[in-house]
Design a protein around this ligand. Structure first.
Ligand SMILES: Cc1ncc(C[n+]2csc(CCO)c2C)c(N)n1
Length: 238
């Protein structure tokens, strides 16, 4: 699999039209600092904790997608993604433990506005729209992380030795993970063909770009927590 998979078909056109918003998401300062190994510990911890809460709701969005599909192969494809997220959640807790975060720290943390905004937006699109609308809201997350992971792994400037975030970077370039992304892209293109994707381009672009902006806001939430003055404020209020 190569980065060219991101240029084709409806997905490629949606990614293209998102323009600067897409660029802001995939090359966010959070991602750059992660690649350099310079991201503050507090920023990554905040991101990881909120990501667990994010993934819980994302799994619900995939469950909603299953209910909006009509054929068994499509339902199977969406169920595979749902299962991948649900089975990744305990692994996420193990990973968090290495960063000094216990399960109760994570589960009891209040959802950040950025987490609420993003996940409930996706669920709202799912409830008010059809399977294609929902997939347009899900794709920036699914395919964007693969693009970020592959981009970092293929970039000679990425620091992999003595980088505390190397395992995270490696994970998003993993073959089995990328196969899952490919399956989601295929499902998206099939549903787009069935449900008049081209004639709905503007509405889908709006959804896709909104989800992309919410991804950037999610990175920014993590980055803000690593900001020294913010870290001091949150330490004082504990
Ligand atoms: C904020 C945020 N955005 C995207 C992902 C990545 N991600 C979440 S579910 C999924 C597909 C199934 O594994 C992928 C790629 C994340 N973890 N957190």
């Amino acid at each position: 699999m190569s980065l060219s998979m991101f240029n084709d078909c409806l997905y490629g056109r949606l990614r293209q039209q998102a323009g600067q918003h897409w660029h802001d998401y995939v090359s966010h300062t959070f991602v750059q600092q992660l690649a350099a190994g310079t991201l503050p510990h507090a920023a990554f911890q905040r991101y990881l904790t909120q990501d667990y809460l994010f993934l819980l709701h994302f799994a619900r969005a995939y469950a909603l997608l299953v209910s909006k599909l009509h054929t068994l192969p499509e339902m199977r494809a969406a169920t595979t993604s749902l299962n991948a997220i649900v089975s990744e959640l305990p692994l996420h807790l193990t990973y968090c433990a290495q960063w000094g975060l216990s399960e109760s720290d994570i589960v009891n943390d209040a959802e950040a506005p950025e987490t609420l905004n993003y996940t409930r937006y996706v669920l709202d699109i799912g409830h008010s729209g059809d399977a294609l609308d929902l997939l347009a809201a899900l794709m920036p997350c699914v395919a964007g992380y693969a693009e970020i992971g592959l981009g970092l792994l293929n970039n000679p400037a990425t620091v992999m030795r003595n980088n505390p975030y190397a395992a995270w970077i490696q994970n998003y370039g993993d073959e089995s993970y990328l196969a899952g992304v490919q399956a989601s892209l295929t499902l998206f293109e099939n549903i787009a063909r069935q449900r008049g994707g081209e004639s709905r381009f503007d509405a889908l672009a709006n959804i896709f770009t909104t989800a992309t902006r919410l991804e950037s806001a999610f990175w920014q939430m993590g980055l803000n927590a690593g900001n020294t003055s913010n870290a001091l404020i949150s330490a004082c209020s504990r």
